[in-house]
Design a protein around this ligand. Structure first.
Ligand code: Q9C
Ligand code: ZN
Length: 528
């Protein structure tokens, strides 16, 4: 099943007609830049293209008052002076004679996307729209938003498709207060938003954007706010927010559909967000969401004002929706102190409502003043970790210098290798996966195998030789990852050798994950 891309050229029509520094960033080129880049990358061509339709009066009425919809309808026939006067009645809003048409297309695009996903025509998709929606309220335009595209899509999914649990993930850098207000007492919609907050000193300056706003009535615990109190949040901070806050709740909630308020003003370069996350981060965020709701993910564009960053981030999102693997993330994956404080305060606020948060720590993190400077970060990952208890021989110089500067190294040219004891010519591998032939020297392999009885068999020894060779390539930075097959009887011993070998070559921290049954190497417990 495929990926839908919903768009209509008419949505480039609405634009600012007068001088307003606050609103000028929301311009038609946002859509054309994103679409051009999708074409350049061959991504648009891989999607099911749907032409956006206008939402009906009834559909708009799912969340907006009839009076408000009529008011916006009337802007079609107003002159520039009158448009400007009406715009001033709202916060950060401009109207254009085409705004009503564009806003109905934007909402309609979201509805078509949800219909395509919920009828099984596609697995997932993106609606490339403007104006955006998440700030708009029952009877108010706000923050460039006229109709609340995502909220209407959620209400429609409930009403027309009978859904009971919808997750809305708002990764735009602003708080989608419009969505929050519309669903704050509704337990069938779990709304998650992270946003630049700076202790309330950033637009829209709302007390209810803080972590302690958790919904009300039946909806208690179904509003999840993660306020960022400093600018400069990056890949590690965003991924940590997903892993430690959003995903535990999302798994417990078990949504039938995921809607994404996909604003890319949370990406690096954006003048509004001032954040540091790279476009690749959105591939990872998308990939993490795809484990939910059977992969039914509908993303709808919200903000994103740095055209280059926006275009690149949109491509990353679509590429991941199409099923391509997420590219590696750059930079040390250590969240900053301020991010950890925010995540912890949101977890504490949500803990009364979610089992998945109750089993763990209730201790708040230190509230010492934190900065977003390198001093504010815990020590970096690889360079000389705090302790390496392994009684290891002196690390080989070439490898340790690689390990000391993980971020300066170019990405390995080979993503993945597969090493089998008997090379299988019938094996069909993806083009970037290499079937590995290389082996460590026979004497060296035997030396490593000697303490282990289970490695005496020829087949186990051959596998071990290949493993040692692969480890060398990985530690040298030539290969990113690999798979080695070994006889089941030799698995524990092979793992033991792999750990000792890794440590002896200067690795400071190893993570071992056993899927299925595996005897733990006996001396593992004594090593940090
Ligand atoms: N420099 C969306 O991203 N201006 N709307 C804030 C602070 C309003 C953003 C001024 C920003 C509205 C959809
Ligand atoms: Zn925004």
């Amino acid at each position: 099943m495929g990926t839908a891309l919903v768009y209509h050229e008419d949505m480039t029509a609405t634009r600012l007609l007068w001088d307003d520094p606050e609103c000028e960033i929301e311009r038609p080129e946002r859509l054309t830049a994103a679409l051009d880049r999708l074409r350049q990358r061959g991504l648009e061509q891989r999607c099911l293209r749907l032409s956006a339709r206008e939402a009906s009066k009834e559909e708009l009425g799912l969340v907006h008052s009839p009076e408000y919809v009529s008011l916006v309808r009337k802007t079609q026939v107003l002159g520039e002076e009158e448009l400007q006067a009406l715009s001033r009645q709202f916060d950060a809003i401009y109207f254009h004679p085409s705004t009503f048409h564009c806003a109905r297309l934007a909402t309609g695009a979201g509805l078509q996307l949800v219909d395509a996903v919920l009828t099984g025509a596609v697995q997932n998709g993106l609606a490339l729209v403007r104006p955006p929606g998440h700030h708009s309220q029952r009877a108010a335009a706000n923050g460039f938003c006229v109709f609340n595209n995502v909220a209407i899509a959620a209400a429609h999914a409930k009403q027309k498709h009978g859904l009971h649990r919808i997750l809305i993930v708002d990764w735009d850098v602003h708080h989608g207060q419009g969505i929050q207000y519309l669903f704050e007492d509704d337990p069938s919609v779990l709304y998650f938003s992270w946003h630049r907050y700076e202790h309330g000193r950033f637009w829209p300056f709302l007390r209810e954007s803080d972590a302690d706003a958790v919904g009300r009535g039946q909806g208690l615990g179904f509003t999840v706010n993660l306020p960022w109190n400093q600018v400069g949040m990056g890949n590690a901070d965003y991924v940590a927010a997903f892993l430690h806050l959003l995903l535990p709740l999302a798994f417990e909630f078990d949504p039938e559909l995921v809607l994404v308020s996909a604003g890319f003003d949370s990406a690096i370069g954006d003048p509004e967000g001032q954040m540091q996350a790279t476009p690749e981060c959105f591939a990872h965020l998308t990939q993490l969401l795809q484990v939910l709701a059977g992969g039914r993910v509908c993303a709808m564009l919200e903000g994103g004002y740095h055209l280059e960053s926006l275009a690149e981030s949109v491509c990353m999102t679509v590429q991941t929706l199409l099923g391509d693997p997420a590219p590696p993330l750059s930079g040390p994956m250590v969240p900053c102190q301020s991010a950890l404080e925010s995540i912890q305060s949101a977890r504490a606020a949500q803990a009364p409502y979610w089992k998945s948060l109750q089993l763990q720590d209730a201790t708040p993190v230190a509230t010492s003043p934190s900065t977003h400077s390198p001093e504010g970060r815990p020590p970096p990952l690889l360079p000389g970790g705090p302790m390496c208890k392994a009684a290891a021989p002196a690390p080989a110089p070439a490898r340790s210098s690689f390990l000391d500067q993980p971020c300066l190294c170019p990405a390995p040219s080979v993503r993945t290798t597969v090493a089998l004891t008997a090379p299988d010519t019938t094996l069909v591998l993806p083009p970037d996966v290499i079937q590995q032939e290389g082996s460590a020297l026979r004497e060296e392999t035997e030396a490593w195998a000697r303490p282990h009885k289970s490695l005496a068999r020829e087949e186990a020894l051959t596998a071990l030789g290949k493993l040692l060779y692969l480890l060398d390539e990985m530690l040298d930075g030539q290969v990113n990852s690999g798979i080695v097959a070994t006889p089941a009887s030799a698995a524990a011993a092979t793992l033991d050798v792999a750990i000792q070998r890794g440590l002896s070559h200067g690795a400071q921290r190893l993570l071992c994950v056993a899927l299925g049954q595996l005897d733990r190497p006996p001396d593992l417990a004594h090593d940090g």
